[in-house]
Design a protein around this ligand. Structure first.
Ligand code: AMP
Length: 396
């Protein structure tokens, strides 16, 4: 892998595509700095070598041009503090302002450019816009895994202007390394745990994983489409009728490939979608009318945990139930703890997708799993087997 460790940046000006798309409150304070923290080692490595750094990112979804609430200037104080230096800010990402500031940038200094998405050219992957960004630096580094599935100017097209001088930063390298450990250099048995609301969002993942896994565990709202496909009655639980045939096909495909498909045998049902609803345990295929399954049941938790415990590679995406409601979070917590316990015993575990990451953090288990992906959509596309343009741009 072509990472920044392949180069000594002494005297070199590097432009880094980072993912600083962080949430801000009304006072423009950062409420979750995870993405900024993730990029710090890459920046420090380049500064430590004696190079200087130009940072570019998007923030939010500005519609037609500059909007103060989406200005990256709001990030300067926090970033300066984290780097223990005064970060300079260019009020535009292309044109005379960044040109002058970039040309005057000295070794050890950091320049942050204004929001790339103030220009529609960014998401369009405009060649000329990319060229102007490229003209600011000697070397291109991509460290924004979260946007690696988009062929935008700053994530992909810009790399054309650095044919020999393009590198992955540590965030990118870490994410790719982890995905490769799970999907390519897989230690067996390999178990994928899929949950979350809908089959529709995960069907490509299921198809691709059926060729790779030994065990496929299905929980969350998507389990009811599978249970209905097997002839069960699911009451008012979430079901995607139009995907019942697809679920049937997945069940057949799993059988053909010798993949053990684990579908819940019991569930915690509720008489309304509410934490305070009446609730009880029930066979997953015999849910009465007027009731809906909002978590996996106790037998299911034990079945799933047994398989997870004996796995050497684990991929987990999506909660097992409506974990935002404490009364329906136990299944998700139990699975999170099982994944951590398997990791303690030497398994490699990758957790990805906003809600499973939130669950792992909520239960303070992030340190007990192998890798927590910040990649969201990019990670899911990789697991679907798709090529990520941002990755190909560096590798090609
Ligand atoms: P996703 O974004 O597809 O991973 O879905 C995550 C969402 O699925 C979370 O907000 C959960 O509350 C929801 N979810 C999980 N299990 C269920 C269920 N049994 N019924 C309804 N929603 C669920």
């Amino acid at each position: 892998m072509k990472t920044i460790d392949n180069l000594n940046f002494n005297g070199i000006k590097a432009i880094i595509r980072v993912d600083f798309n962080v949430p801000l409150n009304d006072k423009f304070e950062i409420t979750d700095a995870t993405r900024i923290n993730a990029a710090i080692p890459t920046i420090k490595k380049i500064l430590g070598d004696g190079g200087c750094v130009i940072l570019m990112s998007h923030l939010g979804r500005p519609k037609t041009g500059p909007e103060d609430k989406y200005s990256l200037k709001h990030l300067v104080p926090a970033l300066s503090e984290k780097l223990s230096l005064q970060v300079k800010f260019a009020s535009d990402c292309i044109g005379d302002v960044p040109q002058k500031m970039a040309s005057e940038l000295k070794s050890g200094e950091v320049l942050l450019l204004e929001n790339l998405r103030f220009y529609k050219e960014e998401t369009k992957g405009d060649e000329n816009f990319s060229k102007q960004l490229a003209s600011l630096a000697d070397v291109y580094v991509n460290d924004a895994f979260g946007t690696a599935h988009r062929a935008h100017a700053s994530t992909t097209i810009i790399a054309n202007f650095f044919p020999e001088k393009k590198y992955f930063g540590y965030v990118m390298a870490g994410e790719l390394d982890s995905l490769n450990k799970v999907l390519k250099d897989t230690k067996r048995p390999f178990t994928a745990v899929l949950g979350g609301a809908k089959v529709s969002g995960k069907i490509e993942i299921i198809k691709n994983l059926l060729d790779k896994v030994d065990n496929l565990i299905i929980g969350g709202g998507m389990m009811f489409t599978f249970i209905k496909a097997m002839g069960g009655t699911v009451g008012n639980s979430m079901v995607e009728e139009e995907l019942i045939e697809t679920a049937k096909q997945a069940i057949l495909d799993a059988e053909k490939r010798g993949v053990k498909l684990l579908i819940p045998v019991d569930t915690i049902i509720a008489d309304k979608f509410d934490n305070e609803a009446n609730r009880k345990s029930c066979d997953a295929n015999l849910i009465p009318d007027g009731w809906m399954g909002l978590d996996i049941g106790e037998k299911t938790r034990l079945n799933f945990a047994e398989v997870i415990k004996n796995s050497k590679t684990i991929l987990w995406n999506g909660p097992m139930g409506v974990f935002e409601m404490p009364n329906f979070a136990e299944g998700t917590r139990f699975i999170a703890e099982s994944v951590a316990a398997a990791t303690d015993k030497g398994a490699y575990s990758l957790i990805g997708g906003g809600d499973s990451v939130a669950a792992i953090n909520q239960y303070n288990l992030a340190d007990r799993v192998s890798y927590v992906s910040t990649g969201g959509g990019a990670m899911l596309e990789f697991i679907e087997g798709k090529e990520l343009p941002g990755v190909t741009a560096i590798e090609s």
